[in-house]
Ligand binder design. Structure first.
Ligand code: R5P
Length: 292
């Protein structure tokens, strides 16, 4: 089946890396806003019987999502047989339960909306916590690509004697996978979140790891409060400046600067969300998952 790749606005770099990895063909489209902010989408080219990959990372899902639904429909009207949403970062995975009565549990609601619009989803390390598998909430085939091999390669090539640190219990899944790839020690801490920008992280025990370089690994860096608290604990214990590695660097407001100011020695993210900290390319792993 012919494979075509369409980049949603802001996704050109990842889409072109993926197109090159797959030896696929790029598809053009016009995306714009009417003066009243409604979306205009026009797909430029036939998609007869093609498997179309719509590349749209979802760190700002609310202003984007309707446009993507329109694009999927326009692709089908052009003859696409399958429309796959390639969302290196998948939004709305963190509100996976009702913490307070009356809240919308957005993870399954968003999953239902995506499942209605697309034939398949491919993403990288979604925030799986109380939801064990994507397909517990997604009604379409949903592929979870693990970034661990790419993180491991980056760390192994740059850090001597790394000690991997996961700032909370959820991060253990990512930290342990990277640790296994490069045969490095790891510790996972405990976190209590008291508000959007207020977190407490337990103090690590480092006695056996003196001399190591701490590498804090988390799936998401949003306000960076989780990383900042962890960096503070580590530097108070006298470690080398910690290296902060995030799969998905959202960096709300001044989060990046605040993390550096807190003592991070270096901050590296994957290219799941475009940002100047991007240092780790996920396109090869996503391409591999698409061809298996
Ligand atoms: C949640 O548990 C995630 O794994 C991250 O730790 C969290 O999203 C990071 O958020 P922030 O950067 O706002 O502390």
């Amino acid at each position: 089946m012919t494979r075509l790749v369409l980049a949603a606005p802001g996704n050109a770099a990842f889409a072109s890396a993926l197109t090159a990895q797959l030896g696929a063909t790029a598809l053009a489209a016009e995306f714009r806003r009417f003066p009243d902010e409604e979306s205009y989408v026009r797909v430029d080219g036939d998609c007869d019987g093609a498997d179309v990959l719509l590349v749209a990372t979802l760190h700002q899902p609310d202003p984007q999502f309707l446009t993507l639904v329109y694009a999927a429909e326009a692709l089908r009207a052009r003859g696409a047989r399958h429309v796959t949403l390639v969302a290196p970062y998948l939004a709305y995975m963190r509100q996976d339960t009702m913490f307070r009565e009356g809240e919308a549990v957005t993870a399954p609601i968003f999953a239902r909306l995506v499942s209605q619009a697309f034939d398949r989803l491919i993403t990288v390390d979604p925030h799986l916590h109380r939801i064990e598998n994507l397909e517990d909430v997604y009604e379409i085939p949903a592929v979870n690509v693990h970034a661990a091999p790419a993180l491991a390669e980056w760390i192994a090539a740059r850090v001597d004697a790394p000690l991997l640190v996961g700032p909370d219990s959820e991060s253990k899944q990512w930290v342990s996978a990277v640790a296994q790839e490069i045969d490095a020690p790891y510790v996972a801490l405990e976190k209590v979140r008291r508000g959007d920008r207020n977190v407490e992280v337990s103090v690590p025990h480092l006695d056996q790891h003196r001399g190591c370089t701490p590498v804090i690994i988390d799936d998401i860096i949003s306000t960076a409060r989780t990383m900042i608290e962890t960096v503070r604990h580590l530097t108070r214990l006298g470690t080398k400046p910690p290296i902060c590695v995030g799969v998905h660097g959202i960096f709300v407001g001044d989060a990046h600067a605040a993390l550096l100011a807190a003592g991070a020695g270096q901050i590296a993210t994957t290219n799941s969300i475009p940002h100047f900290s991007n240092a780790i390319d996920l396109a090869p792993l996503v391409a591999r998952a698409l061809t298996q």
